[in-house]
Design a protein around this ligand. Structure first.
Ligand SMILES: Cc1cc2nc3c(=O)[nH]c(=O)nc-3n(C[C@H](O)[C@H](O)[C@H](O)COP(=O)(O)OP(=O)(O)OC[C@H]3O[C@@H](n4cnc5c(N)ncnc54)[C@H](O)[C@@H]3O)c2cc1C
Length: 203
């Protein structure tokens, strides 16, 4: 098996390098596809890892953004008997990659905002709140409202916190003023400065 892997990576390596040596990308991709086919045909047994389980486990997902919603969808289909709870405050899903298109004026905000409920299966218990504290020693979390929830497994997908103030001279409240814009603010009205343009400093 190890040898097969080496053959596969050698083919991939050669295919990738051939791109710079004059082979077209299309031909290189064909070679890479052939490498995959060779490995599949040559495999003595087909080993498939199954992620499905019928166990009645208790699963908690924290965060209703892209990561949390995707995890929920996968967990629901792979763990049909699991008791799944989502803790997320947001009713709306913001498709962040589209923010660049909104900033460029080719899409509008409505195109990138969706209702979270459309992506959450009815069987999922959705608590519209935030987690205030985690207690991993005892498999428990506490919400802002003071509710304590236990779990067997937990997925934490709470996104990022931006530190605009780590950019020397910039404060978050400056965004949207003086031509300073940011597509990362998750607030297109505030984040897109009037008069903001590439030459005036689109962050
Ligand atoms: C302008 C832009 C362009 C991008 N382009 C691409 C791209 O082309 N391709 C790509 O793959 N990715 C792209 N990304 C990145 C991608 O959008 C993010 O990686 C993705 O949205 C992150 O998902 P997430 O679930 O980790 O976080 P988020 O989607 O930010 O969700 C976090 C969630 O956690 C919730 N939350 C926060 N704190 C708590 C708490 N205490 N308790 C409960 N819930 C909480 C929030 O309410 C939110 O719902 C882009 C991002 C931006 C901003």
């Amino acid at each position: 098996m190890k040898e097969k892997k080496n053959v596969q990576s050698q083919i991939t390596y050669e295919a990738l390098n051939s791109v710079s040596e004059g082979m077209s990308r299309r031909d290189a991709l064909k070679v890479m596809a052939l490498g995959g086919a060779m490995t599949a045909f040559g495999a003595p047994t087909k080993v498939e890892a199954s992620t499905k389980s019928d166990k009645a486990v208790k699963v908690l997902v924290v965060g209703g953004g892209t990561g949390g919603i995707m995890a929920l969808s996968r967990l629901r289909s792979d763990l049909p008997n699991a008791d799944i709870t989502l803790i997320a405050p947001n009713e709306k899903h913001l498709y962040q990659p589209a923010q660049v298109f909104v900033a460029a004026g080719v899409e509008c905000v409505d195109d990138m905002v969706k209702d979270n409920k459309d992506f959450i299966d009815d069987s999922i218990h959705w608590i519209k709140d935030e987690v205030l504290s985690f207690d991993p020693e005892h498999n428990k979390v506490t919400t802002r409202a003071g509710e304590v929830l236990g779990y067997d497994y937990m997925v934490v997908a709470m996104g990022l916190v931006y530190h605009y103030d780590w950019i020397k001279g910039l404060r978050e409240e400056d965004i949207g003023t003086h031509g300073i814009s940011s597509v990362y603010l998750n607030n297109l009205e505030k984040g897109t400065a009037e008069g903001g343009s590439f030459d005036m400093g689109l962050v």
